[in-house]
Design a protein around this ligand. Structure first.
Ligand SMILES: [Zn+2]
Length: 110
């Protein structure tokens, strides 16, 4: 399950951030996951349950926000939720600007 290695990576980042801030433990982690990030939120939450007890994030709350797919015309910046049709103004096909990311948006440390 590739969510396991993603979560291992997230916990590493969270731990080094907490250490730099000289915190004793992590109390909350906020993640933003794009609809098309290729990551299953439930699997990520499961990986967190399995792996966090041995980390500084033991007992922390994991909050996952899903980011909807968003396309934007490369010329006029018109945004839409689908890319099946070209921009009505420029006749260019839009490109993905949101919805593929996987980010840690905030970490709370005590
Ligand atoms: Zn356009």
């Amino acid at each position: 399950m590739h969510e396991m290695s993603i979560m291992a990576n997230i916990l590493e980042i969270v731990t080094s951030t907490a250490q730099k801030a000289q915190g004793a433990k992590v109390t909350r982690i906020d993640l933003a996951i794009g609809e098309r990030a290729g990551v299953v939120a439930d699997a990520l939450a499961f990986a967190f349950e399995a792996m966090s007890p041995k980390s500084m994030a033991a007992g922390a709350e994991l909050v996952i926000t899903t980011i909807a797919l968003c396309y934007r015309c490369p010329s006029c910046a018109r945004e839409s939720e689908e890319n099946s049709s070209p921009c009505p103004t420029c006749d260019l096909y839009p490109e993905v600007v949101r919805g593929q990311e996987l980010q840690i948006t905030s970490i709370e440390i005590e």
